[in-house]
Design a protein around this ligand. Structure first.
Ligand code: NDP
Length: 333
């Protein structure tokens, strides 16, 4: 079977040479273990941080070893009473065709009403990030005007839709192409959307939200954060979720020049990691799976095919190749 190793630690934007495509034996499962054939593999921006040798909230990938990350697969052999052959499972042994490990590291998921890939998008980590970031970290309330960057991506597209479903007055999104902007307006129900490549974010945001914003959900940092600080109203709130503009920087990026506005406008800016909310997953699942069942949330995926496409799929996150969640699908063979 094939798996992807970290070949070298990138400096700046990673290249395909930083990954190695490696053939490896699928080992026999031990007592209490299962073998899973992966069906969908997730690529996520946070993986860029794990390619660096730095201490963070999650350990770095090791050079010369298989990488890992979210995946959904099918149990093909089981030496555990907890999982049976044929079960669909969610787990963290991604970046490989076959995963072998203790059954307790795999969670069975119900695919009778939703596709398996949902557990890597709306019903999984990106969904939880959007949900807790918006409703808990940014404490969005009905009537708020909400701005989200990276709005056509996995997390951002859900933030905008969740905001509407919980009674936001206006939802504004930014993304990096005309097609994405049209998608936000026409398919996802955003009230306003703009292409951040069309002109200064501060001007475009001021035009889209002449009366200011109450909540900013930050996926990108940089100019967007600075523009949002200017547009936020008194007692506005920022969920600091990500800063993809900076993940490939080789030197620290300058901070927003207008940070003092946080004082004068009494802003709350709170960073978070989705894992902080692991114990509250039940609340999320109850509400969001109802929205999904009732067809009140639209979910898009950009899917590449085959394990060898995985490095390109990952790199594509940094050039905006994806609409919705970026995934890699493996075929049955
Ligand atoms: P996305 O699906 O949004 O994919 C990344 C997107 O980022 C691309 O599609 C691209 O869209 C945009 N992008 C890339 N480079 C830039 C740039 N220089 N400026 C502006 N936009 C850029 O990824 P996710 O939804 O998975 O993640 C979104 C953010 O949320 C990331 O910052 C991620 O790290 C963060 N995150 C944080 C979590 C947490 O626990 N705090 C958990 C999960 C995600 P475009 O075409 O619009 O440029």
């Amino acid at each position: 079977a094939t798996e992807i190793h970290l070949a070298s630690r990138p400096v700046g934007l990673p290249s395909k040479d930083d990954f190695a495509i490696v053939r490896a034996e699928v080992r026999e499962p031990g007592d209490g273990e299962v073998v899973v054939r992966n069906d969908y593999l997730s690529v996520d921006p946070y993986m860029r941080g794990r390619m660096n040798d730095v201490k963070s909230y999650i350990p770095p990938f090791q050079v010369g070893e298989v990488m890992d990350g979210g995946a959904v697969g099918t149990v093909v052999a089981s030496r555990s009473d907890e999982l049976a052959v044929g079960d669909t499972v969610l787990h963290e042994y991604g970046w490989r065709e076959y995963a072998v490990g203790p059954a307790k590291r795999f969670r069975a998921v119900d695919t009778t009403r939703v596709p398996a890939s949902s557990y890597l998008s709306v019903l999984g980590m990106p969904g939880q990030t959007a949900y807790f970031g918006l409703f808990d970290v940014a404490a969005m309330r009905p009537g708020d005007t909400v701005f989200v960057s990276g709005a056509a991506g996995a997390v951002g597209s859900l933030v905008g839709q969740f905001a509407k479903l919980r009674g936001a007055r206006r939802v504004i999104g930014s993304a990096g192409s005309a097609d994405k902007v049209a998608y936000l307006r026409e398919e996802l129900g955003f009230d306003e959307a703009f292409d951040y490549k069309d002109g200064p974010v501060s001007e475009q945001l001021a035009e889209a939200a002449p009366r200011g914003i109450d909540v900013y959900f930050d996926n990108v940092g940089g100019d967007h954060l600075e523009a949002a600080l200017t547009s936020l109203r008194t007692f506005g709130r920022v969920a600091m979720c990500g800063a993809i503009t900076q993940y490939n920087d080789t030197e620290p990026a300058p901070g927003p020049r207008n940070l003092f506005l946080a004082v004068t406008k009494r802003l709350s800016m709170r960073g978070f990691i989705v894992m902080d909310f692991a114990e509250r997953a039940g609340e999320f699942t109850a509400e969001v799976s109802r929205w999904v069942r009732d067809d009140r949330v639209r979910v898009r995926e950009t899917v590449t095919s085959g394990i060898t496409s995985m490095p390109d799929a990952f790199l594509g996150l940094f050039s905006g190749d994806n609409l919705g969640k970026m995934l890699v699908r493996l075929d049955d063979s």
